[in-house]
Design a protein around this ligand. Structure first.
Ligand code: PXG
Length: 425
C-alpha cells in the first residue's frame, strides 16, 4: 500500500465502499465527512453523475486513441479550455497521468528548453526543503522530504535545495500568508553564486507546500523567487498539483498570487479525481523554442501511452463544466473567511502549537510526543475516522482540504469533531 503503515492497516482495515457529495461510506456502513477531498483531488464533491456520464459516453465512442503521431479532438478542446483558465501566455499543454509524471515532464522540458536555445550547460534543478513533487526519480530528487529521499540512493545529480519557509517562532497562528520570511527567497542568490547561473535550468516549488504539512508562502516570497529567476535566466516551475482548480478560491495559485511562472504542473482536481490525469502548462516562448528544425521531425522526445487519454479528457471537460457552471472556485473564495475563523477557533486546545490556512486549505500542528514523532497526529486521524471525519496526517500535522462544495454546516461539524477529538489526545 502506498505511504501506508501496512501492518497496522491490515490488522485494522479502513475501507470505503461508496462516496457521494461530501461523504464517504465505510464497509461497515458509516458515513464519513470528507475533510481531505479524497487526497486533495475531489474538488467538486464525490460521484458526480455528469462526469460519470461523460466517461461512459467516451468509452462507448472512442475508448482509446494513440497519442504518438495521432490525436483526438478532446485533447485539443481540453487544452483550449485549460489555457483560457490560466493567466498570461501559459498556453501550451502536455498531458500525463499523474502529478508525478507532470513533474518529470516539466523538469525535462526545462532542461531541453535551455539546450534548444544553445544553453546546454543549464541542467541543474533547484527544489526546496520540505517540497513534495511526487515519487519518480526527478520529483524525489528535487523534493525535500528526508524519509522519502534517503531510501533511494543518490537520486539525480546536479540538484540543490532552497530552505523551507516554515518557522513557528516567527509565524505561528498566522491567518493567511505569514508576514515573516520573504528574505528566504534570497537563498536562491546564494545557490546561483555557488553554482553559477549558467548551470541552472529551473527552480521548482509548490506555491503552498501541501503534503509536508501546509506551508503557506510568506508575503513577498514567491515574488522574490520570480525576480531572482528572471535576473538569472532561470525557469520558474510552480507545482500546482494541489493548488490548481480552485483550492485557493481562484483557478490556480498563478491567478491567486498574480505571479507568472514559466511552467505549471497540475493533476488531481483536473478530473475531480475520477480518472488519473496530469498536465504541464508551458509559456509560449518555451513551446516556440522547440518548434524548430524539419517540420516532419519530432520536437520533444517525451510522452506516455496514455498522454491525453480520451477518457481522462472527457472526465476533465465534464469536471471543468461543473467548476464553471456551479462557480465552485468563487464558492471556495467566499467560504475562505468562514473557514479561517473556524480553524483558528481551535487555538488554545491542548498540544496545538500552530494553526494556518489559505483558501480552503488548513493545518493543525501538534507538539510531538517526546520520542514518538507523528504519533499524536496519527492518533488524531484514527479517532476522527472513528467519529466520522476523514482528515490527513503528516508528521505531527493535520492537513485539511475539503471538497470545495462544502457547506458551512459541514465546516462546523468538521471543527466540532476535531475539537472534541483533540481534547482526548
Ligand atoms: N506534486 C505535488 C505538489 C503533490 O502534492 C504530486 C506532485 C504527485 O502527484 P501524484 O498524482 O503522482 O501522486 C503531489 C501529490 C497528501 C498527499 O496527503 C499529497 C499528494 C499525494 C498523496 C497524498 O498530502 N500529492
Amino acid at each position: 500500500m502506498p505511504f501506508t503503515a501496512n501492518r497496522h492497516f491490515k490488522a485494522n482495515p479502513r475501507l470505503f465502499v461508496a462516496a457521494q457529495g461530501m461523504h464517504y461510506t465505510t464497509a461497515d456502513g458509516r458515513r464519513v465527512l470528507d475533510g481531505t477531498g479524497g487526497l486533495w483531488c475531489v474538488n467538486a464533491g464525490h460521484s458526480r453523475p455528469e462526469i460519470a456520464q461523460a466517461i461512459h459516453d467516451q468509452v462507448m465512442t472512442l475508448d482509446y486513441a494513440p497519442a504518438f503521431q495521432m490525436g483526438h479532438p478532446g485533447a485539443f478542446e481540453l487544452a483550449d479550455r485549460l489555457k483560457n483558465m490560466m493567466p498570461g501566455d501559459l498556453d501550451y499543454i502536455f498531458y500525463g497521468n499523474s502529478g508525478s509524471e507532470a513533474v518529470e515532464t516539466a523538469l525535462k522540458i526545462a532542461i531541453a528548453y535551455h539546450r534548444m536555445r544553445g544553453e546546454a550547460s543549464r541542467t541543474r534543478l533547484i527544489g526546496r526543503e520540505r517540497g513534495y513533487h511526487g515519487v519518480c526519480f526527478g520529483g524525489t530528487s528535487v523534493g525535500g522530504i528526508a524519509p522519502v529521499r534517503k531510501f533511494f540512493g543518490s537520486l539525480l545529480p546536479g540538484v540543490d535545495h532552497l530552505p523551507h519557509t516554515h518557522n513557528l517562532e516567527q509565524n505561528a497562528f498566522s491567518r493567511g500568508q505569514p508576514e515573516w520570511g520573504a528574505h528566504l527567497a534570497d537563498e536562491l542568490e546564494r545557490l546561483v553564486a555557488l553554482h553559477d547561473a549558467s548551470t541552472i535550468a529551473a527552480v521548482i516549488v509548490e506555491p503552498i507546500a501541501g503534503s509536508t504539512g501546509v506551508l503557506i508562502p510568506p508575503k513577498g516570497y514567491l515574488e522574490r523567487l520570480r525576480a531572482i529567476c528572471d535576473k538569472h535566466g532561470i525557469l520558474l516551475i510552480f507545482d500546482e498539483v494541489i493548488t490548481g482548480f480552485g483550492r485557493l478560491g481562484s483557478s490556480f495559485a498563478v491567478n491567486y498570487f498574480g505571479i507568472q511562472p514559466d511552467l505549471v504542473t497540475v493533476a488531481k482536481g483536473i478530473t475531480n479525481g475520477t480518472v488519473p490525469m496530469g498536465a504541464v502548462f508551458a509559456r509560449k516562448g518555451i513551446y516556440d523554442a522547440f518548434m524548430q528544425g524539419p517540420e516532419a521531425a519530432v520536437e520533444l522526445f517525451h510522452g506516455y501511452t496514455y498522454s491525453g487519454h480520451p477518457v481522462a479528457c472527457a472526465a476533465a471537460l465534464a469536471t471543468l463544466d461543473i467548476y464553471q457552471k456551479e462557480g465552485i472556485f468563487d464558492r471556495a473564495h467566499s467560504l475562505s473567511t468562514y473557514w479561517e475563523d473556524a480553524i483558528h477557533s481551535l487555538k488554545g486546545l491542548p498540544h496545538v502549537i500552530d494553526l494556518r490556512n489559505l483558501g480552503l486549505v488548513g493545518a493543525i500542528e501538534f507538539e510531538p510526543i517526546p520520542g514518538k514523532p507523528g504519533s499524536r497526529a496519527f492518533d488524531c486521524f484514527l479517532r476522527c475516522y472513528e467519529q466520522g471525519l476523514l482528515i490527513r496526517q503528516t508528521g505531527d500535522i493535520i492537513a485539511l482540504s475539503p471538497p470545495l462544495i462544502i457547506e458551512k454546516s459541514h465546516i462546523d461539524q468538521l471543527f466540532e469533531t476535531l475539537s472534541s477529538v483533540i481534547q482526548t489526545l
